[in-house]
Design a protein around this ligand. Structure first.
Ligand SMILES: Cc1cc2nc3c(=O)[nH]c(=O)nc-3n(C[C@H](O)[C@H](O)[C@H](O)COP(=O)(O)OP(=O)(O)OC[C@H]3O[C@@H](n4cnc5c(N)ncnc54)[C@H](O)[C@@H]3O)c2cc1C
Length: 364
């Protein structure tokens, strides 16, 4: 692990602060380190790896989607059966060391305020001020639990996909998996190999096959980009791309594991239930466990004092630049919320941010 730079107490002033040292923050910091600008990289986690360090141990490298390498350094050759959490955390640690990125951790940014010439950051390790900001805080710290009636009534176990550590601990129990995203499908398939499951989703899942090529990928990113430019919430990646049809998916379908049901209306003391509709009679199902694989929301609470939310619930961006606050860029949000998207967006955000700061200097 790279030597962490000591966290200083008291006021610290720098030109640019990058918040978050996941894929998005590291790609921005890599670009900043090449400019000679004074910057700080703050991260609330105790160790390297961003969200990857927390992903469930049974998520093997070959079962993750493609993980794009960070700019300037290839991913290591690793056993494809190794946990992605370990491989990526080790890779990030080596990256920080090689490019001397000196992440300050653990430093949680609690609130960002405007000042006359930039921003003041209230953090768990004192106050920082900066002229420009790159916020790259991902989504992992904000698991989304939808509100369903009866959640307090249910006597079984409820857990979120973020807390799932592997199927072994669920052996012998019936598990209802809620959610139509990639994590839901990956965890459902694993669990179904050891115990009985029921899959419920709000909408009929859309599967993508070999016809999902680079053009389709670009179209999906463009769709999210349009939403963000319009100030709407970016929406989930899967809502734009569909679910990937893999060998594991085909095998699970053949076992009947992917026969999905519409999501229930409420939880009961011992399970889940739905009222009768025109399409089906009233239903109820006993279960021991409800696994909420219901996704995550962007971790943006620290930006609340800036009042950036548009009426549509999102933050209006032009690329990564916040339209209402041009000295702030969001990387890993909306169209850049993938490893490949974050890689490209980090350096672009830095170029644009430094141009904005230089233009301000010239105007003085
Ligand atoms: C289960 C799952 C699997 C995925 N698999 C893939 C995949 O295979 N391929 C792919 O391309 N994408 C995948 N993604 C999308 C993935 O999240 C992104 O690709 C990418 O890893 C996210 O990087 P990031 O830097 O934006 O966020 P993160 O990796 O979450 O990094 C954000 C960092 O910011 C820190 N932070 C948060 N808030 C604060 C704060 N207030 N102050 C200071 N620090 C803070 C966090 O501690 C964290 O270290 C997956 C997502 C999920 C949920």
């Amino acid at each position: 692990m790279p030597a962490a730079r000591p966290v200083l107490d008291g006021d610290v002033r720098t030109d640019v602060v990058v918040i978050g040292a996941g894929q998005a923050g590291l790609s921005a910091a890599y670009a900043l380190a090449r400019t000679g600008v004074d910057f700080a990289l703050l991260d609330s986690d105790a160790g390297p790896g961003g969200a990857w360090q927390h992903r469930w141990p049974s998520l093997r490298l070959d079962r993750a989607h493609r993980i794009a390498p960070l700019p300037g350094m290839d991913l290591p050759d690793a056993d494809s059966a190794a946990p992605a959490s370990e491989v990526v955390a080790g890779y990030f640690a080596e990256y920080e060391r090689r490019f001397d990125l000196s992440v300050r951790r653990p430093v949680a940014v609690r609130a960002v305020h405007r000042t006359d010439d930039g921003f003041r950051l209230d953090t768990s390790a004192g106050e920082w001020t900066a002229r420009g900001l790159v916020s790259a805080t991902g989504t992992w710290t904000r698991p989304f639990w939808p509100a369903y009636p009866g959640r307090q009534l249910f006597g079984g176990r409820q857990l979120h996909a973020a807390d799932y550590r592997g199927a072994e601990e669920l052996m012998g129990q019936h598990v209802v998996v809620v959610g139509g995203g990639t994590s839901a499908v990956q965890q459902l398939i694993e669990i179904s190999e050891l115990t009985t499951t029921t899959w419920v989703t709000r909408r009929e899942p859309v599967w993508r096959g070999s016809d999902f090529d680079a053009d389709a990928g670009r179209a999906a990113v463009a769709l999210v980009d349009r939403r963000v430019r319009a100030g709407l919430v970016p929406g989930s990646v899967v809502s734009a791309t569909g679910l990937m049809e893999t060998d594991a998916v085909r095998a699970a379908r053949a076992r009947g594991v992917l026969d999905r049901l519409p999501v229930f209306d409420r939880l009961t003391a011992d399970g889940v239930a739905s009222d009768a509709t025109a399409d089906h009679p009233a239903r109820s199902l006993s279960t021991d466990v409800v696994l909420w694989a219901t996704g995550f929301r962007p971790a943006l609470e620290h930006l609340a004092p800036l009042h950036l939310r548009a009426p549509g619930g999102g933050i209006v961006l032009d690329g990564t630049r916040v339209v209402a606050e041009p000295r702030l860029h969001l990387v890993g949000y909306g169209p850049s919320a993938s490893t490949i998207g974050a890689n490209r967006a980090g350096p672009r955000a830095v170029r644009e941010l430094l141009r904005t700061l230089a233009d301000e200097d010239a105007a003085v």
